[in-house]
Design a protein around this ligand. Structure first.
Ligand SMILES: NC(=O)c1ccc[n+]([C@@H]2O[C@H](COP(=O)([O-])OP(=O)(O)OC[C@H]3O[C@@H](n4cnc5c(N)ncnc54)[C@H](O)[C@@H]3O)[C@@H](O)[C@H]2O)c1
Length: 253
C-alpha cells in the first residue's frame, strides 16, 4: 500500500509538540506541505524547522483553536501561502488532572472548549475551503469510550470532551460527505508526550498501564501519525465516520 500526500496541504492544530509534531513530520515525509498551527508560535516554528530539515515545506502559524478569528486567519494564511488546504488534523488538546470533587467551571470550560469546540471551529472554517477529495482526522482518545482512573481519580471534563469528539466525527462525516470530504477519528492509548505533565514511562505508571496494554510499551507519536496518514490518504477512500483505536490493545479487555 503506497501512501502519498504529494501536492496536498495539511493543516495540523497543536502541531508544536507531541503527537501533532509527529503527524507533521509523517505527512511531510509523505509529500504534503504543512501548516504547522499551535497556540505557541515558537513551538510551531520548531516543528517547521524539523519538517524543513527532512526536506519538507510549510508555514508556522499561531492560532488558539478556541478563537474563530484566529483559526480563520490561519486558514486564510495557509491558502494564501501554500495554495490550498486539503487535509485537516484536529489534534490540539488539553487535560487537567482534576477529578469531579475539585473540578471548577473554569477548568471544565477550558478543556471542553479546546478539545471539542476547537475541533468544531476548525472543521467548519477549513471545510469551507477544502476541495472534494479532502479529508479530516480528529484526535479522540481511548477515554472517549472508557474512563481511565488511576487511584480513583478520573477527569470527567476530559472524558466528556473526547466523548463529544466521537459523535462530532460522525456528524461531520455525514454532512461533509456531501462535499466529498471524508472525516474519521483516531483514538490513541497512552502516548509518550508532555500531555499529562507526568512521566508515563516510569515503573509506577507502567505497572498500572500493563494491566491493560497488550503491546508492552506506551505509544510514540509516530504510532499515531502512521494511522492518521493512512486515514487521510486515498488508501482509506472507503473509510468514513470511524474512530480507529491506536492503543496497544487498551480497549480490548
Ligand atoms: N499523549 C497521550 O497519551 C494522548 C492520549 C490520547 C489522546 N491524546 C490526544 O492527542 C492530542 C495531542 O496530545 P499530545 O499528547 O501531543 O499533547 P501535547 O501537550 O504534547 O501537545 C499539544 C499541543 O497542542 C497545543 N495547544 C494546546 N492548546 C491549544 C489551543 N487552544 N490552540 C492551539 N493549540 C493548542 C499545545 O501548545 C501543544 O503544542 C490531544 O488532542 C490529546 O487529547 C493524547
Amino acid at each position: 500500500m503506497i501512501i502519498s500526500h504529494a501536492g496536498k496541504v495539511a493543516f495540523i492544530t497543536g502541531a508544536g509538540s507531541g503527537i501533532g509534531r509527529g503527524i507533521a513530520l509523517r505527512l511531510a515525509s509523505d509529500g504534503a506541505s504543512i501548516a504547522v498551527v499551535d497556540l505557541k508560535l515558537e513551538l510551531a516554528q520548531e516543528t517547521l524547522a524539523l519538517v524543513q530539515a527532512q526536506g519538507g515545506s510549510g508555514v508556522a502559524l499561531a492560532a488558539d483553536v478556541r478563537s474563530r478569528e484566529q483559526v480563520q486567519a490561519a486558514v486564510d494564511d495557509t491558502v494564501a501561502q501554500l495554495g490550498s488546504l486539503d487535509l485537516l488534523v484536529n489534534n490540539a488538546g488539553v487535560v487537567t488532572m482534576t477529578s469531579l470533587a475539585d473540578l471548577t467551571d473554569d477548568e471544565w470550560d477550558f478543556v471542553v472548549d479546546v478539545n471539542l469546540k476547537g475541533q468544531f471551529i476548525a472543521a467548519q472554517i477549513a471545510s469551507r475551503v477544502m476541495p472534494s477529495g479532502g479529508a479530516i482526522v480528529n484526535l479522540a482518545t481511548v477515554e472517549s469510550e472508557v474512563v481511565v482512573s488511576s487511584s480513583g481519580n478520573c477527569q470527567p471534563h476530559y472524558n466528556a470532551s473526547k466523548g463529544g469528539v466521537t459523535m462530532l466525527t460522525k456528524a461531520l462525516a455525514v454532512e461533509l460527505a456531501q462535499k466529498g470530504i471524508r472525516v474519521n477519528a483516531v483514538a490513541p492509548g497512552p502516548v509518550n508526550t508532555r500531555f499529562t505533565g507526568g512521566d508515563i514511562t516510569g515503573p509506577e505508571a507502567m505497572a498500572f498501564m500493563s494491566q491493560r496494554l497488550l503491546v508492552p510499551r506506551v505509544g510514540e507519536p509516530e504510532d499515531i501519525a502512521n494511522a492518521v496518514s493512512f486515514l487521510l490518504s486515498d488508501a482509506a477512500s472507503f473509510i468514513v465516520g470511524v474512530q480507529l483505536p491506536v492503543d496497544g490493545g487498551w480497549l480490548t479487555r
